[in-house]
Write a protein that binds this ligand. Sequence first.
Ligand code: MG
Length: 170
Amino acid sequence: MISKKLTKAINDQINAEMWSAYLYLSMAQDIYAKGFHGIAHWFKVQFLEEQAHAAIMINYLHSQDARVILAPIAKVQTEWDTVLAAFEDTLKHEKEVTAMINNLCDIADEDKDRAAANFLAWFIDEQVEEEKTASDLVNHCKMIGDHIGGMIMLDKELGARQYHTPAPLK
Ligand code: MG
């Protein structure tokens, strides 16, 4: 059975995932307004993924007969100076999420909760991917610099991103 401490921490994580979704939706709006509709689409897919992360955690608490309690979602930033700044904030944010997931794993370890540890392993892998993708995009943007042609190519490339339902929800 899941502990009260881990139940509370996963509820907090559900809120953090929903806040992440809101953050990326906000980035999508600013970047859309800047005229990069493909990059805005990439952030919209990111928004969908974060909502899926929250849904995966909700399903897990249900599987443990634990109560899900939804808290208010805090406000998010609405403007970024550049696309690079948005990607840099994405990387910074994903590192923070990784630390939160690691903390959930620590609680599962303290509890000797094997089911939770197994459940959380998917998120550990997911965070490795999230950080790598964000880091690649920061580097890519830095390489492009002020070349508008490069940004147009990146916009086209990121506009092709497709949303895939994460494995735990299939
Ligand atoms: Mg997430």
